[in-house]
Design a protein around this ligand. Structure first.
Ligand code: SF4
Length: 386
């Protein structure tokens, strides 16, 4: 088909007005390209370059005509953010500060382990929730991220994996990098993003539509190709949105940041959640489990002398049994300027023991990247203060 590209191009639109490829579903990109006279399969070709071959530059897309590539260069953009800071922890965790075209900064973290590459991504610039123990909540929320800006964080981590992960890490990947199944997103240098957690800055359910759209792109075989069961959405809890999420026909993991076992303490630690009784959250989580069959996880940050007593563990166990939830315990990562302490590992093990004795599936998660400003919001705050 002949592509009716203009012979004399008008001036390129500003970046903000360009088509953000990472913000597009396959159907939307197809419709946009058909509207300018391209054939349907062009969208799929572009997305294959972007997601499977890691090409963020239209000039590399050699199976597209030169004129079309020039048009794309002027009217579309794959990435919009630049990496303005990067910090690396001794355990290999890397944190990126991405600066968006409007100057907003968002954090995203790559957590590599022997078996998986996890991206911890943000859903908002800042966070409205204001948990007393978290750096992200100190300055409030600036704005929601678009779906494309959420996807872009995972894409940036994949690019980092491509640059950093040794080729020997996945022997098969180097050999068959150009012969992967759609959506596999392997790189020629080994390693692919396997897990995504929405546990960075922001409350995902307060940016519901963009987050769900981003998850669909991250999950799609034509997109990042990360299985829904490998994607975890972490929330402080909006019961109505949790129920809505249960009806999305996604097999997502849901994590509830509980952090307290009575409404009074929870109100103190998480002021934003003050209108929502724990009982209502538990009902919504139970609904999520009943509807999706996916077990919910309670995230519980252990704060020394605040929420780490045996009576807290006993109550937490009752909640977990009621919802059939798993529990992740996290020893607090101290944040400069905040008056909370990290409990000893013995205290954490004791807390875990009480839950285990009551038949709860409970794990103590190690805090990764403590020396990379990896507690959420720290890198952004330290960049802001410079
Ligand atoms: S812990 Fe999460 S929900 Fe709480 S302020 Fe920080 S980013 Fe927001």
């Amino acid at each position: 088909m002949i592509v009716p590209l203009p012979q004399t191009s008008p001036p390129a639109p500003p970046q903000a007005a360009r088509l953000h490829v990472l913000n597009q579903t396959l159907d939307e990109l197809t419709a946009a390209l058909v509207a300018i006279g391209q054939t349907k399969f062009r969208a799929r070709q572009i997305l294959e370059w972007v997601y499977r071959r890691g090409a963020a530059d239209f000039a590399l897309m050699t199976n597209l005509s030169k004129d079309f590539r020039t048009w794309l260069d002027q009217h579309a953009v794959v990435r919009t953010a630049r990496v303005s800071r990067e910090s690396v922890a001794g355990d290999g965790t890397r944190k990126l500060l991405l600066t968006l075209p409007d100057g907003a900064d968002v954090e995203t973290v790559w957590i590599p382990t022997d078996r998986r590459h996890t991206a911890c991504i943000s859903s908002q610039v800042g966070c409205p929730v204001g948990c007393r123990f978290c750096a992200s909540g100190l300055d409030g929320v600036e704005r929601n991220l678009t779906a494309g800006e959420i996807v872009e964080q995972a894409y940036a981590i994949q690019e980092l994996i491509n640059k950093t992960a040794p080729a020997c890490e996945q022997p098969a990947a180097a050999a068959d990098a150009l012969d992967t199944a759609p959506g596999e997103h392997r790189s020629s240098t080994g390693g692919r993003l396997s897990n995504i957690v929405l546990m960075g800055m922001g409350e995902p359910l307060a940016n519901y539509a963009n987050v769900i759209r981003a998850i669909r792109i991250l999950n799609a075989p034509w997109g990042m190709g990360v299985g829904a069961r490998k994607i975890t959405l972490s929330t402080v809890g909006l019961p109505a949105q949790i129920r809505k999420l249960a009806d999305e026909d996604l097999q997502l993991n849901l994590a509830l940041s509980l952090h307290a076992t009575d409404d009074g303490l929870r109100r103190e630690l998480i002021p934003w959640g003050k209108g929502v009784p724990i009982a209502e959250l538990l009902d919504a989580c139970r609904h999520y489990f009943d509807r999706t069959g996916r077990e919910v996880t309670f995230e519980y940050v252990l704060l020394e002398g605040v929420n780490d007593r045996p009576s807290h563990a006993e109550q937490l166990a009752r909640y977990a049994k009621r919802v059939r939830a798993n529990v992740n315990l996290l020893r607090y990562n101290p944040v400069p300027g905040l008056d909370f302490r990290r409990p000893s590992s013995e205290a954490a093990f004791e807390f875990q023991r009480v839950l285990r004795e009551r038949g709860v599936n409970v794990h103590i998660r190690t805090s990764r990247g403590a020396d990379a400003d990896a507690a959420c919001g720290q890198l952004r705050r330290s960049a802001k203060s410079k």
